[in-house]
Design a protein around this ligand. Structure first.
Ligand code: GTP
Ligand code: MG
Length: 302
């Protein structure tokens, strides 16, 4: 933490750390710069913040230029694309995973442009993109090819193969999502399970977008495929921060310190971990200690 930084600065920094997406990050950074201490000892900090802001703004500009077409979808963080045949329930699923609404109807090809929503799962956000169905004239490979994860939304097992055809150039991971299970009786469910086994389909999720069945399990699967850990920071003698810092799996204590701000790890005199990666609570660890999801890290500075 910068010397003599006021309460306002800490608050702004906290917001920044939890900001997701470029626009939000930029807004928070501007605020941090505004309230940062303006004396000699914080010159470096200010300079660093300003460079970071400049980089983010450049990135934002680039993103705007790429997002052409009828409705440009800017990739924000981890992106999940909903891909499927007509009426498979993609728009209903967007509604079940997020607060966003996309028209749901039994009319074919209801969705004619991508609709986005933000999924929240225990402190982590993912961008969900509902797309026009396979076969629609606005069907667009842009999002599909670049998404981090693809949910193949189908009503029956045989449809998975049809969805795979359009995923030829997609780089993201895939999860088959079998929707409308509320329409199946016991017999139907048994048959479905037999088919899944016969075709050796792994890591699939059965859901009812309409009733909300299986949605929590699906959210968990989405989170797991993000390969991130949530780390809570804590100041000595205080409660841990409620909002986690989200980092790639395999990150260490130094990464957490550096994500608070660049150079902070050099000011750390001692760090202590409580949680899944610690042998016991409040364990003293080095900067290279690898963290696990839900760890709490306490920094003592020089
Ligand atoms: N019974 C049942 N019906 C569902 C479920 N999910 C969606 N539906 C129905 O299926 C129809 C199509 O749903 P949408 O969400 O619009 O499907 P879509 O894949 O977005 O379809 P298009 O955008 O038209 O390609 C609607 O009538 C929904 O009410 C479900 O879990 N159970
Ligand atoms: Mg739709």
């Amino acid at each position: 933490m910068p010397v003599n930084a006021g309460y306002e600065y800490f608050e702004a920094e906290k917001k920044y750390l939890n900001a997701q997406g470029l626009d939000e990050k930029i807004k928070c950074l501007e605020e941090m710069i505004k309230v940062a201490p303006k004396h000699k000892s914080s010159e470096n900090l200010l300079a660093e913040l300003k460079t970071r802001l400049k980089k983010f703004r450049e990135k934002q500009e680039k993103g705007k230029k790429v997002g052409k077409g009828k409705k440009g979808i800017r990739k924000e963080g981890f992106q999940v694309a909903l891909v499927g045949k007509v009426n498979s329930g993609k728009s209903a699923l967007l509604g079940a995973l997020t607060n966003a609404r996309s028209f749901v109807s039994d009319v074919d090809f209801t969705t004619f442009q991508p609709e986005i929503g933000a999924m929240q799962y225990e402190g982590v956000k993912a961008q969900i993109v509902d797309l026009p169905s396979i076969g629609h004239k606005e069907f667009d490979y842009g999002v599909i090819n670049n998404a981090d994860l693809i949910l193949m939304v189908v009503e029956k097992i045989d449809d998975i193969a049809e969805v795979e055809i359009v995923l030829e150039r997609a780089v993201g991971k895939r999860i088959p999502v079998i929707n409308k299970i509320d329409l199946l009786d016991e017999n139907g469910k048994r048959k479905l399970e037999q088919q899944v086994r016969a075709k050796r389909i792994k890591d699939y999720v059965l859901i009812s977008a309409l009733l909300g069945e299986g949605i929590l399990e699906l959210k968990k699967k989405i989170f797991e495929s993000m390969n991130v850990i949530r780390v809570f920071t804590k100041e000595p003698g205080k409660q841990s921060n409620n909002d986690p810092i989200v980092l790639p799996t395999g990150s260490n204590v130094e990464d957490v310190a550096e994500s608070i701000y660049k150079g902070f790890s050099r000011q750390v005199k001692e760090s202590r971990v409580t949680g899944p990666s610690g042998k016991f609570s409040n364990q003293k660890v080095g900067l290279k200690h690898i963290l696990k999801d839900r760890d709490v890290v306490e920094f003592h500075t020089r």
